[in-house]
Design a protein around this ligand. Structure first.
Ligand code: SF4
Ligand code: SF4
Length: 228
């Protein structure tokens, strides 16, 4: 799941200044809160009203794309609508915004949303929490199946830090300390000796620390060998 939230209208208006014909592109992909045709239409109306209040005449148009992160779908859906358009606002995650920037060469593409995180799990009703930061070199085998990259506020590999108090994180008292969770789980599994092993420096080249990541597309769809 990719989680996004709408940017405030004032922020959107701040980067649209001077543009006269704006296309709002919703996205129907993923499980993010819906940001499809209805949301694109309402943002288009809000932009027109806000422009009117500022004494500017702005024309908007809107549509939605099945999957903005697919360059062919994005291109075939949006290109026919680009005549006269001098700015696009995307209601997708950051990936979709970047795909549109690639395939729509003649107009700037602005993000209508903030991408909060991905790879999450719903626990309490209406709340999602990040469980994986897609580091590309999973170490869950060493941490009792609990990810310190996504769940420890400092992404510590050898925790806990000195701020862990009563099982809670010093950064946010509402948060369980990930390393306390790892400790508890290892204890329950009878593997506490693992806590004494110093985890070596992680290979961050597989995460975004190594620059933009690239994956051969066929790797994403191939039948992977079963591990059992
Ligand atoms: S170690 Fe990396 S791949 Fe594994 S759960 Fe954590 S962030 Fe995700
Ligand atoms: S208190 Fe725990 S979760 Fe918070 S930063 Fe320290 S080790 Fe990480």
């Amino acid at each position: 799941m990719i989680v996004t939230e709408e940017k405030p209208l004032e922020e959107i208006m701040s980067f649209l200044g001077g543009h006269k014909k704006i296309l709002i592109a919703g996205c129907d992909g993923c499980d993010q809160p819906p940001r499809g045709l209805r949301e694109a239409k309402s943002l288009a109306l809000l932009i027109e009203m806000a422009s009117k209040l500022k004494g500017e005449k702005v024309e908007t148009t809107y549509t939605t794309v099945i999957k903005q992160c697919d360059d062919k779908i994005a291109h075939s859906t949006l290109s026919p609508l680009m005549e006269g358009v001098d700015a696009v606002v995307s209601l997708s995650c950051g990936i979709g915004v970047q795909v549109l920037s690639d395939v729509l060469e003649d107009a700037p593409v602005f993000p209508g949303q903030n991408t909060m995180f991905m790879g999450s799990e719903e626990r309490e009703m209406g709340t999602v929490s990040e469980r994986c930061a897609a580091c590309g070199d999973c170490i869950l085998d060493l941490t009792a199946g609990i990810c310190p990259i996504a769940r420890c506020s400092k992404s510590l590999l050898n925790g806990p830090c000195g701020g862990s108090q009563d099982g809670k994180c010093e950064v946010d008292k509402e948060l369980d300390c990930a390393w306390q969770l790892i400790y508890d789980r290892l204890k329950a599994l009878g593997r506490l000796d693992q806590m004494e092993e110093i985890m070596p420096a992680k290979d961050w080249s597989t995460s975004t620390h190594g620059g933009t990541r690239r994956t051969p597309k066929e790797m994403m769809f191939m039948d992977r060998p079963r591990r059992d």
